[in-house]
Design a protein around this ligand. Structure first.
Ligand code: SF4
Length: 334
């Protein structure tokens, strides 16, 4: 078992994504649990890794709904692109099926975790039928509003006559800086430039802040590596189409300028280097005791590891213990 853990740590290859980039800054311990110890959990058969990965995927019911809506829109677009048109009713049923499935699979995982931890009470309250019905109404509204968006509505109802392609954002790209998730949700050929689009089913601000704008440039990096697409940054526009409960779906877009992607390259390099440093400091046995916890307590509220991570119980004491373990490690190396 010991050599197996060592081997896993040795075989680990960092992968960049916008969410990994955020976690490595905001909670190194979560990053390590989810993306290093639970690496590849979706595919692997060995239980500790799968458990860790699934635990990290835990999300409150409203977050599960957002995922179900986004996955439904993706499936809807794939069919629309193939000329198969859905009714709003079909989309609603698909979203409901995905949402109910994720709620029940999460419930099963939580029950297993509760039994592994030998806790007498449930770790997570089952959503009531009323709260599920309310969330489904919210999801239905997002789908209906998508049909009213000038571009998304045309695509979904098979009325768009131009060249477009829905893509798989979970497809890995190989870049000079390392492996990364950069693929846009959609690409459209405009009259002058190609438009690379990211869809967000829930966002309280429709304008991206500086860090999100850099992340969006990942789509341009993806396009530049594609042999069938133009190889100059000025041939592209980036767009973010996001939904907020108050304002519905709104679009932000801008033209890409020469050398715009350089800042993203630096971000990927710096995040990958931070991830390697983190894994080195955890050591071959992935010793979590010396790995820093979330910088802000509120980060733990929606974290799937809070049931087992000391930061999820008492952040102040956990930070003191972490600092002591880190100091002891530094002293032992001196
Ligand atoms: S519970 Fe908090 S400190 Fe622990 S991994 Fe999650 S976010 Fe980080």
């Amino acid at each position: 078992m010991v050599s197996e853990v060592k081997q896993q740590a040795r075989n680990w290859v960092p992968v960049w994504s916008a969410s990994r980039s955020r976690w490595i800054q905001s909670c190194p311990r979560r990053y390590l649990l989810q993306y290093v110890a639970g690496r590849g959990g979706r595919q692997v058969l060995d239980r500790p890794r799968r458990w860790l990965w699934k635990q990290g995927r835990w999300a409150p019911a409203n977050e599960l709904l957002k995922r179900a809506v986004k996955d439904t829109l993706r499936a809807w677009m794939l069919d629309a692109h193939a000329g198969i048109c859905w009714s709003i009713n079909t989309a609603h049923c698909e979203m409901e099926r995905r949402f109910q499935r994720s709620i029940s699979s999460q419930q099963d995982e939580m029950a297993k975790l509760q039994s592994r931890l030998q806790r007498p009470t449930a770790l997570y309250r089952t959503p009531t039928p009323d709260s599920i019905a309310r969330l489904l109404e919210d999801g239905d509204l997002i789908l209906r509003r998508a049909l009213n968006h000038p571009l998304i509505g045309e695509l979904l109802s098979c009325r768009f006559s131009g060249e477009w392609q829905p893509l798989d954002p979970f497809e890995l790209s190989r870049t000079e800086e390392g492996l990364a998730y950069l693929t846009p949700d959609l690409i459209i050929k405009g009259p002058q430039r190609w438009v690379l689009i990211r869809l967000l089913s829930d966002s309280w601000k429709h304008l991206p802040d500086a860090a999100r704008e850099v992340e969006l440039l990942g789509m341009v990096k993806w396009a530049l590596e594609e042999p069938t697409l133009p190889d100059s940054e000025e041939s592209y526009e980036i767009a973010r189409i996001s939904h907020s409960k108050k304002k519905g779906w709104r679009t932000w877009r801008r033209q890409v300028k020469k050398n715009d992607t350089e800042i993203l390259r630096q971000m990927i390099r710096s995040d990958i280097s931070a991830a390697r440093t983190l894994v080195r400091s955890a050591g071959p046995m992935l010793n979590l005791d010396r790995i820093p916890l979330a910088e802000k307590k509120w980060r733990c509220k929606d974290c799937g590891f809070r049931f087992t991570c000391p930061g999820g119980k008492d952040m102040e004491s956990a930070k003191l213990l972490q600092a002591a373990a880190e100091q002891a490690y530094v002293n032992s190396k001196a």
